[in-house]
Design a protein around this ligand. Structure first.
Ligand code: SAH
Length: 469
């Protein structure tokens, strides 16, 4: 039943979660989606119904009248303001249940293909300090919390912390972040203190002036630490002063680097990093395999869960000695190198040149000689000609970005018909769409969702597809 008016509903219960962190409310049969990261099913809220579409409406929560009994106490003092771990108020078991359900719903509603029983979602053993990479931003436009505004105190406008969602110039200063283990918090505090004491300006994101812009911290399970400072001017004296002081305080840092960024955006992909101290990379390890991670390299941000994810992929792929394996969207070749020992040969394809260089280095340093990597846009490079030159794969592993695979990629997969496709996805909606296309020749054999990001609504899913008889 559809009502067509914008209206306020004084008190209504949040029914359930939906995809992408939204929640569902039902008013007399009308389905209303609301931005729901700060609510919990069972909460009673005051709601503005703002848009009515053909099959559903959209709304905005104006106030929470009553908390659900399912809620738990968030562990971080920045909860509710920070864009990070938005599901801290939901018990972890419920988060997992919800993620599993999301995968199921998307695969059945969008994909409409026959599904096997799911292997229950694999939760992350660590639900705190699970990330190996964080980026903090300097800003001269600090976000003030409601209490700070009310206090009337004189507070510095400078901050080092995380961007406030949808307010790019505003930064929330972070006191303690539960996402990355030691020495991440201490490193951030060093830069906050140093920047304040030095008098060098925190970056102004509106007029694009200042000195300190951004700091990235990377850690590994082997204890290595990489720090990358981004500054806006090339004053060697100022750069040297801060980095020397940093090394004095954190002598165990294995890789200290900086960027001089005079562009209007923080992205460093088109900049050259300068290695100041230690090596220009850190090295992660997995089952004795080494993965070299450069300043600009991609690496899965939850290392422990990445290992679990790769084991599921390897298990689902059932590779034997004679198999030619393709790893599409290979990134820095982590999966390709991880499964190489089992295969006759692995061919990886990836968009970013630098990632392909990393993938090759990762084969080299591990003495892996049966891989080859190619750079290019998948739809352009993964073609009939490519197959003629590199051989018809027996098994294909794909791990595309959120947008999923381009149609021609799915069509070529159907045409060359490998006996098995293992599809790793960070977006079950596009995975469902692609699986439906592939279902012309494939059936879904196994499904195993994995939680890489506790306290967020993000979910990863692995599906294996086998060629129908
Ligand atoms: N399997 C990798 C991660 C893959 S993330 C790992 O576990 O480390 C997805 C990758 O797809 C990214 O590296 C991205 O650069 C690449 N990519 C995105 N669009 C692409 C395209 N059109 N063609 C080729 N590669 C693409």
């Amino acid at each position: 039943m559809k009502k067509s008016k914008k209206r306020v509903i004084e008190n209504i219960q949040i029914l359930d979660f939906a995809a992408e962190g939204k929640c569902i409310v039902k008013d007399d049969g009308e389905v209303i989606f609301v931005e729901g990261s700060n609510v919990c099913p069972g909460d009673e809220v005051k709601l503005l119904v703002s848009k009515t579409k053909k099959n559903f409406s959209e709304g905005r929560i104006l106030a929470i009248n009553k908390y659900s009994s399912d809620r738990i106490e968030p562990f971080c003092e920045h909860f509710g303001v920070c864009g990070g771990c938005k599901w801290q108020h939901i018990p972890y078991e419920k988060q997992l249940e919800q993620k599993q359900k999301q995968v199921y719903d998307q695969l059945t509603r969008i994909g409409k293909v026959k599904l096997p029983a799911f292997t229950p979602i694999l939760g992350s053993e660590s639900t705190k300090f699970y990330r190996n990479k964080l980026e903090y931003t300097f800003s001269n436009s600090r976000w003030l919390t409601a209490e700070e505004v009310a206090s009337g105190d004189e507070i510095s406008k400078d901050a080092l912390g995380f961007h406030i969602p949808k307010r790019f110039e505003k930064v929330l200063p972070i006191k303690k972040c539960f996402l990355q283990g030691d020495p991440s918090n201490a490193i951030r505090d060093f830069f906050t203190d140093y920047a304040h004491q030095s008098g060098l300006p925190f970056y102004d994101h509106v007029v694009h002036k200042g000195f300190f812009r951004n700091v990235m911290i990377r850690t590994t399970s082997t204890g290595e630490v990489m720090v990358v400072l981004q500054v806006a001017d090339d004053s060697q004296e100022n750069i040297k002063a801060v980095l020397d002081k940093f090394i004095e305080k954190f002598p165990k840092t294995t890789s200290l680097n900086y960027f001089i960024n005079q562009k209007r955006n923080d992205s460093y992909f088109d900049l050259e990093p300068v290695n100041y101290y230690g090596l220009p990379y850190i090295t992660e390890e997995m089952e004795g395999l080494k993965f070299r991670i450069g300043v600009k390299s991609f690496y899965q941000t939850n290392s422990d869960q990445a290992y679990n994810l790769y084991k599921i992929v390897r298990d689902f792929a059932q590779i034997s000695d004679n198999d030619l394996v393709y790893d599409l969207y290979t990134g820095t070749g982590t999966i390709a190198n991880f499964v190489a020992k089992k295969a006759k040969k692995v061919v990886g394809i990836e968009y970013i040149d630098a990632a392909v260089d990393d993938a090759k280095i990762n084969s080299e340093i591990n003495d892996i000689h049966n891989t080859s990597f190619f750079a290019g846009d998948m739809a352009k490079i993964f073609t009939d000609d490519f197959i003629t030159q590199n051989g018809k794969p027996d098994i294909v592993i794909v791990d595309p970005p959120r947008a999923g695979m381009d149609r021609p990629v799915c069509e070529l997969l159907l045409k060359i018909s490998p006996k098995r496709i293992v599809y790793v996805s960070c977006n079950p909606a596009t995975q469902a769409r692609d699986i439906e296309i592939l279902s012309a020749k494939y059936e879904v054999e196994k499904i195993n969702p994995v939680d890489m990001f506790p306290h967020t609504f993000h979910v990863e899913n692995v599906a294996s597809l086998v060629l129908k008889d």
